[in-house]
Write a protein that binds this ligand. Structure first.
Ligand code: NAD
Ligand code: DAU
Length: 350
């Protein structure tokens, strides 16, 4: 059925993969990508679909309530997939208020505009894309389920937890149709090189130190970004009103083990002597409040909606590294200018 779908944050890492999937798979949908184009938003991520008839980009800020309200009035929006956010934990430690603005106020503005403009809630959906970091940190064992209590530690995860609560509050209070998913760490093409994998790729290519926080024993559950986009498609179309779905890769890695595997793959791809990249590893001061371990129990989305990850990690990692090697212009464009200042601020005193 034809509908107007607003995707926020569609020029970012995950958002661009979601926009591509929906534009290509649903030619009947009118898809609007609303993005502020912060340092993390990049229209180069979407050149292959920018001319499609069912796609339109609008530059705008979700923190601007009158702008968001107008957009809902003018565009007759039927559904929202909300990905726009400040997304990097280290930046949230240096600049927490920006995270409150975008992640909390921005989400509340979207919810409120949907509430006001949607006269009738049938066939409407507000889908909020969130993170497993809202659940806090695990020890050596256990998994996050949809019932795990919220226990965020960083300003980033606190802002995402707050936005999740607002989304549920609009469902409980006004009956706004909503669905939420909480996903583990994504990796893949187009990720901004502040996150572990693309940052380490860039440093390996440039023979720069690889800054491992603490002793490298922190653990993350990695999922290929296209598998996340496919899960978002399934949750959007089959998820039940008011429900939460955890999304994860069944793919836990201690940071140091993952980094060593990546170094070995890079030596192979660059025809370097084995051990060259690994010799760049440098242990640096830990991230403050660093969550020890994240791991997702994804059985609900698997059983109820029939989704599961498609790609084996080593294959996904290799595809990802090949993409970065083939797209070094993409990386060069975003690592000049402001990125240098960011890198200096984050890493020079560690
Ligand atoms: P990203 O930082 O790569 O992209 C965020 C996008 O949001 C950018 O295009 C940016 O320009 C846009 N944006 C930021 N502030 C905005 C504003 N005020 N108004 C409009 N647009 C704005 O983020 P990502 O890694 O692609 O994450 C997308 C979403 O998925 C976020 O909500 C994040 O919390 C969530 N998430 C991310 C991961 C992950 O591993 N990256 C995992 C689980 C959930
Ligand atoms: O779990 C989902 C979350 O995953 C998302 O909600 C966030 O948006 C996303 O940024 C990601 O958060 P992390 O903090 O886990 O990702 P990051 O890539 O920053 O770090 C991954 C791990 O690597 C973490 O334990 C910190 C460590 N690390 C990271 C960087 C950037 C390092 O050791 N050195 C580094 O330079």
């Amino acid at each position: 059925m034809s509908k107007t779908l607003l995707i926020t944050g569609g020029a970012g890492f995950i958002g661009s993969h979601v926009v591509r999937l929906f534009v290509n798979k649903y030619p009947d949908y009118k898809i609007i990508n609303l993005d502020k184009l912060t340092y993390a938003g990049n229209l180069e991520n979407l050149t292959d679909i920018e001319d499609k008839d069912n796609y339109r980009f609008i530059k705008g800020d979700i923190v601007n309530s009158s702008f968001v309200e107008n957009l809902f009035q003018i565009e007759n929006i039927d559904a929202v997939i909300h990905l726009a956010a400040e997304s990097h934990v280290d930046r949230s430690i240096s600049n927490p208020i920006e995270f409150v603005q975008t992640n909390v106020i921005g989400t509340a503005n979207l919810l409120n505009s949907a509430r006001k403009s949607w006269k009738d809630y049938s066939e409407k959906c507000f889908y909020h894309v969130s993170t497993d970091e809202v659940y806090g940190a695990l020890g050596e064992t256990g998994l996050f389920t949809e019932e795990t209590s919220y226990d965020p530690h960083s300003p980033y995860s606190a802002s995402k937890a707050s936005s999740d609560h607002f989304v549920r509050a609009y469902n409980d209070t006004y009956g706004l149709p909503i669905v939420i998913s909480n996903c583990s760490n994504n990796y893949g093409p187009n990720q901004f090189p502040e996150k572990l994998l693309p940052l380490f790729f860039n440093n390996i290519i440039n023979n720069k130190a690889l800054p491992v926080y603490g002793n490298g024993s922190n653990t993350r559950d990695w999922l290929y970004v296209v598998d996340h986009a496919k899960a978002i498609d399934v949750v959007f179309h089959k998820g039940k009103d008011g429900e939460t779905y955890n999304i994860g890769g069944h793919n836990e890695w201690k940071n140091l083990d993952l980094i060593k595997m990546m170094c070995a793959l890079m030596d192979e791809k660059l025809n370097r002597t084995i051990g060259t990249s690994e010799s760049l590893i440098t242990f640096v001061t830990d991230r403050s409040g660093h969550d020890f371990r994240y791991a997702i129990d994804a059985s609900k989305i698997e059983k109820d909606l029939g989704w599961k990850p498609s790609l084996q990690f080593k294959e996904g990692l290799s595809i990802t590294l090949d993409w970065y090697m083939a797209n070094q212009n993409w990386l060069d464009n975003i690592t000049s200018g402001d990125y240098k200042t960011y890198y200096q601020q984050q890493y020079s005193k560690r």
